[in-house]
Design a protein around this ligand. Structure first.
Ligand SMILES: [Zn+2]
Length: 167
């Protein structure tokens, strides 16, 4: 999928989770989603030049479900450190393990797919074969991202009501 589509979708996923834990959920979700997806696509996409033009492909370096978890979580490390300094360890940031799989979830519907290991070899796996820039596929993913952002308002409402209750 397009990088911008990944940003919106992953931000939605993270906002949905984070909104139960902090009032800064939108900023955190946005920053971590952009950084995580940049790493995954920056390291994992290769352009192959052929006579018929340039084809974007991906490599098993980042585009497998287990590896994407690790790459996607990297940007949250400074925030863990920051939390430790402030004295309040942000355990909920462990939920950023969802960044990688949320990227894989979209790419599995594109023609380049993602990688799975079978018989000790990397094989490409795809559920559908949309081009990475297919307007319909990207549109649906962006719409789902927005929907999750709207739903995250419910989480923040929950956060504020609990917060008020305990103080
Ligand atoms: Zn990708």
């Amino acid at each position: 999928m397009r990088l911008a589509t990944h940003y919106v979708f992953t931000t939605g996923v993270l906002a949905l989770f984070f909104s139960y834990f902090t009032s800064y959920y939108l900023v955190l979700a946005g920053v971590l989603a952009v950084a995580g997806n940049l790493i995954i696509d920056g390291l994992g996409h290769k352009e192959i030049h052929t006579r018929r033009g340039t084809i974007p492909t991906r490599t098993p370096l980042t585009h497998t479900v287990p590896r994407s978890v690790v790459w996607g979580m990297l940007p949250s490390i400074p925030f863990f450190a920051l939390g430790l300094l402030v004295g309040d360890f942000p355990w909920f940031l462990l939920l950023s393990m969802a960044i990688g799989p949320s990227h894989m979830l979209l790419d599995v519907f594109t023609e380049a797919g993602i990688y799975v290991k079978r018989d000790g070899k990397w094989r490409r796996y795809a559920l559908a074969h949309f081009r990475y820039n297919n307007p319909l596929a990207n549109g649906v993913a962006i719409l789902l991202g927005f929907l999750m952002l709207v739903l995250s308002l419910h989480g923040s409402y929950h956060y504020y009501s609990v917060y008020k209750y305990f103080l």
